[in-house]
Design a protein around this ligand. Structure first.
Ligand code: AMP
Length: 279
């Protein structure tokens, strides 16, 4: 497995693969890898001849008061895990390699990115779209794998790819959870033991909503109430609990189309997200 820290180095590698007619998959991550990330890499492995994992804590997707500085990092461990799942190359640039001092070109998706997390993190999806397009261009990937843990992100990237005719296939991968239901996240490291227990309210709330949905409930407020009954006593604050049409990420009152029940809430100082696809 190669570790490339410059655009020139990864480009040399992927260009050679392209010349040999090989299909390349990219899995963009911010590192501090866990089983959720590894599941994406395994899917990438099944869909391409070569797999590139990018590990880059992208500064442009963090707001001024967010956790950019303290975001967990452990490259040694990440390298080992990538090796174990059969990744061919890691691209791990420093911010200056990605952003020139006079960097001035941005990708802004103007619809799906405006609700849910976009309403609370105004520059987040501009940073995500911009860095993903750069990573697609740098790695010359034919396919990219994104997790449904970040359901809005996956939909925004799909929209960007469609709208800008980017020659890449996007695969959405299932959300991976701990045995007790907690959605795997690098940010779970921030949780003290007592907070981790409270964090289970997110997935417990979603399970309660799923049970109601399976029993025939189609009223969005009733499904949100099932989540809130669990979440309100456990969370320090709640950004949103919303039922959205997956096609538009706009709120719906009745679940009569593919929908997304999405949560963002603070447990202590840690902002956690989780979601459920309603079909
Ligand atoms: P991150 O490193 O948090 O930016 O995540 C990188 C990629 O891994 C994104 O496509 C995420 O959606 C995906 N991912 C993170 N956590 C999970 C999870 N628990 N299950 C599935 N995919 C995940």
């Amino acid at each position: 497995m190669e570790l490339c820290t410059t655009v020139t180095a990864i480009r040399e590698l992927v260009t050679a693969w392209k010349k040999a007619g090989l299909r390349i998959a990219v899995v963009p991550t911010m590192g501090y890898l866990h089983e959720g990330h590894l599941s994406l890499m395994r899917i990438a492995r099944q869909n391409a001849d070569r797999v590139v994992t990018t590990i880059f804590v992208n500064p442009t997707q963090f707001g001024p008061t967010e956790d950019l500085e303290k975001y967990p990092r452990d490259l040694k461990r990440d390298q080992q895990l990538c090796e174990e799942v059969g990744v061919d190359a890691i691209f791990h640039p420093v911010p200056a390699e990605m952003y020139a001092p006079d960097f001035s070109t941005w990708v802004t998706e103007g619809s799906l990115s405006q609700t849910l997390c976009g309403a609370f993190r105004p520059i987040h999806f501009r940073g995500v779209c911009t860095v993903c397009l750069k990573l697609f261009n740098i790695t010359l990937a034919d396919v990219a794998v994104f997790g449904r843990k970040d359901a809005q992100q996956a939909l925004v990237i799909e929209r960007m790819v469609r709208d800008l005719n980017i020659p890449i296939q996007i695969i959405q991968a299932p959300l991976v959870r701990e045995a007790d239901g907690l959605a795997l996240s690098s940010r779970n490291k921030y949780l003290a033991a007592e907070e981790r227990t409270r964090a289970l309210a997110l997935s417990r709330g979603l399970r309660a909503a799923q049970a109601k949905f399976d029993a025939g409930e189609r009223n969005a407020q009733a499904l949100k109430d099932a989540v809130l009954a669990e979440l309100t006593p456990a969370a320090d604050s709640i950004d949103y609990v919303d039922v959205m049409a997956r096609a538009t990420l706009r709120p719906i009152e009745t679940v009569d189309q593919p929908a997304l029940l999405a949560i963002a809430a603070y447990i202590g100082k840690t902002r956690l997200i989780d979601n459920l696809f309603l079909d």
